[in-house]
Ligand binder design. Structure first.
Ligand SMILES: [Zn+2]
Length: 154
């Protein structure tokens, strides 16, 4: 954490670690998703329109079955403008006539700035993900909520 976020105080680092541990504790038994981080993104590398610039992230795959999938993501990213942001998202496999691969059906983005510190944004993102993990539903629930077509029989 101190390498990824060299400007944070020890108290802020502790706050991030606590929030990350709370997310870990909310994950279902046997779920082996790991936190990943990118030390080459510690310094903003400039905008990269087609790929999110992720510093730290967790991708919990709640369900994966052939083409179907339900994932919960929590990420610290760079925005195109070089600001840190915390993203939380529910991602489901796509069953539209046109195959888009997947959709983010519920998202939260908190941009870090004067009014929102990174620890506060991360805490809010973590709480959102913990809420999802505590009551994950299934992929069709999330597709229905987003008015997307349900899983089709193969
Ligand atoms: Zn689609």
């Amino acid at each position: 954490m101190t390498t990824l976020f060299p400007r944070l105080s020890p108290a802020d680092v502790e706050s991030l670690e606590q929030a990350a541990r709370a997310v870990d504790a909310a994950r279902a038994d046997g779920d082996k998703a790991e936190w990943e981080w990118a030390l080459d993104h510690v310094v903003f590398p400039g905008p990269q329109p087609w790929t999110p610039i992720v510093l730290l992230g967790l991708d919990v795959i709640e369900h994966a079955d052939g083409r179907d999938q339900l994932e919960f993501l929590l990420q610290v990213v760079w925005t195109d403008f070089g600001q840190l942001a915390v993203d939380a998202a529910v991602n489901v496999a796509c069953w539209c006539d046109t195959n888009h691969a997947s959709h983010d059906v519920d998202t939260l983005r908190l941009v870090v700035g004067e009014e929102t510190s990174l620890p506060r944004a991360f805490q809010a993102g973590a709480e959102r993900v913990i809420g999802w993990l505590t009551d994950p539903r299934d992929a069709d629930f999330w597709r229905a909520r987003a008015a997307l077509p349900p899983r089709q029989p193969v």
